[in-house]
Design a protein around this ligand. Structure first.
Ligand code: NAG
Ligand code: NAG
Ligand code: NAG
Length: 474
């Protein structure tokens, strides 16, 4: 037998491999050739003369940082400036206006004892804390406030944030991670949306306030989990809602949500920001409103920038759950802590609310109902009042004027606000980052009803609103 390489035999062997194999070999060969050619023709660095360089630089126009320049007349570029103390009245430079623009529902911003507590602390601790909590930013006042909050809500532990927005935006991603599932009411406000986004979890939105839809989603998840038990065992399920919705003035159906939490083993995060000081016999919030014990919720989140009349926020719950944020809550660990005097004012605010909440909260709700009733009577038909009767947050939107684009609606509402101001009352257009919000509600004027409004002031405010809408819409 010849050991010599036989061309004919090799060719035969190749043919036996079949057309697919041959095609593959040809492609591989072509690729090798292409690589060799491409390597040769790769551009070498080009030497430019000084003049050519300058010409290139002169010709270069950078891409704009933003896609479009905002309208120079946009109201957001003309912020109203408050002169002096803000309270039941607000001065925008042309004398006092009745304040229906703030979320300070209980008017704690004007309470003398709260102010005195802040002043006393100011003398003791100075203006700012100048450091995050773990870096000399923890004063005795912060510790006292956290234990006061725990006592107030009857929970084991509470964590203070220096900024209301970052409370939710930090607390949610501190627990929920990629691979987890979060069930959320689609109407939740911006701070929660940002927290959801940062968590990188799978977000399942249920229709606003619709427990039937939530149940469908939960059932679907349960079926999926059954099909893939291995994945299911690594997936944590969360439920996030607000007690009283900032964007809609609605109360959440808490009893059903709590039942779902048990049935489907959900970790339930409840935002009490707008319900705090408002709902419940003593103003403790939506849990008190429904008489649901605090251990039915895994994490209570609350901004103190509404009825609390200060800045910052807190989360509260069991020690086991809450302590995790002290190392992993970004807004907690990496922001300078709340100025001690604001911690002192928050602590005093809780004392006042504990003492007077059983009078204040029902009185506030009474004012809200009165305002609601008068608005329904007086406003022209093109305006809808959105929100429950007892809600201090009321949105006025343009219901029947559907021919207007959202931008035009917003412009119209800004005109109404101006007219209302001329009639001695301060209100605001709900400011939303439309392009960034998940499901932005329609443009609206947002009212903040306060406990101090007299019947006569409500009449004045409603008349001003009704007149202004008529003037602008006609
Ligand atoms: C505010 O502070 C005073 C003490 O100066 C207190 O008597 C009063 O009841 C407080 N409450 C409210 C709601 O204003
Ligand atoms: C939302 O649910 C609450 C509690 O069930 C109810 O009182 C309220 O009317 C609902 N709002 C809407 C808009 O469905
Ligand atoms: C105003 O709010 C109501 C109730 O939420 C809603 O049905 C209506 O569509 C809103 N108006 C506009 C213009 O979107």
């Amino acid at each position: 037998m010849s050991e010599k390489w036989n061309v004919y035999e090799s060719f035969q062997a190749l043919l036996e491999l079949g057309p697919f194999h041959i095609a593959l070999e040809v492609i591989l060969l072509a690729w090798v050739v292409w690589l060799l050619v491409a390597a040769k023709s790769r551009p070498r660095s080009i030497k430019l003369t000084k003049k050519e360089e300058e010409q290139l630089l002169a010709e270069w126009t950078p891409e704009p940082l933003l896609s479009s320049t905002p309208d120079p007349n946009h109201p957001a570029l003309h912020t109203r400036t408050v002169h002096g103390k803000l309270g039941h009245y607000v001065d925008l430079g042309n004398g006092p206006l009745l304040n229906l623009a703030s979320n300070d529902y209980l008017r704690f911003s004007e309470n003398k004892s709260i102010e005195a507590a802040a002043l006393e602390c100011l003398h003791q601790y100075g203006v700012g804390s100048c450091g995050p909590r773990s870096f000399y930013g923890t004063t005795a006042m912060h510790i006292e406030l956290e234990s006061r909050i725990s006592e107030f809500f009857n929970v084991e532990n509470a964590v203070m944030y220096a900024y209301g927005f970052s409370t939710m935006a930090s607390a949610i991603p501190c627990y929920a991670k990629s691979g987890d599932v979060i069930f959320v009411d689609e109407a939740v406000y911006f701070p929660i949306q940002r927290g959801l986004q940062a968590s990188r979890s799978r977000i399942l939105y249920f229709r606003h306030n619709d427990t039937e839809h939530l149940k469908e989603l939960l059932e679907q998840q349960a079926r999926d989990d059954k099909q893939d038990p291995k994945k299911a065992s690594a997936t944590r399920r969360f439920l996030v809602t607000e007690g009283l919705y900032f964007n809609t003035g609605d109360i959440c159906p808490l009893p059903e949500l709590v039942a779902f939490r048990r049935q489907y083993k959900l970790r339930f995060f409840l935002d009490e920001s707008c319900s705090f000081g408002v709902l419940g016999p003593t103003g403790k919030g939506v849990m008190e409103h429904y008489n649901i014990p605090v251990h039915e919720v895994d994490l209570l989140m609350c901004s103190l920038e509404y009825a609390g009349a200060t800045t910052g926020g807190f989360t509260a719950g069991t020690r086991f759950v809450v302590e995790h944020q002290r190392l992993s809550g970004l807004g907690y660990a990496f922001s300078a802590s709340l100025p001690p005097m604001l911690a002192a004012s928050a602590k005093q605010m809780l004392d006042v609310l504990e003492e007077e909440g059983s009078v204040l909260a029902p009185a506030l709700r009474d004012r809200c109902r009165q305002m609601h009733k008068k608005l329904l009577e007086a406003l022209p038909a093109q305006v809808t009042v959105v929100g429950l009767e007892v809600s201090p947050i009321k949105h006025l939107n343009l219901s029947a004027v559907t021919s207007l684009s959202e931008e035009q609606q917003e412009k119209t509402l800004h005109k109404v606000v101006k007219e209302v101001e001329e009639r001695g009352v301060a209100v605001v257009v709900a400011s939303l980052r439309r392009s960034e919000e998940l499901r932005p509600p329609p443009p609206s004027i947002r009212l903040g009803v306060s406990v101090k409004l007299t019947d006569q002031q409500i009449d004045t405010a409603v008349a001003a609103l009704a007149d202004a809408f008529r003037v602008v819409l006609l």
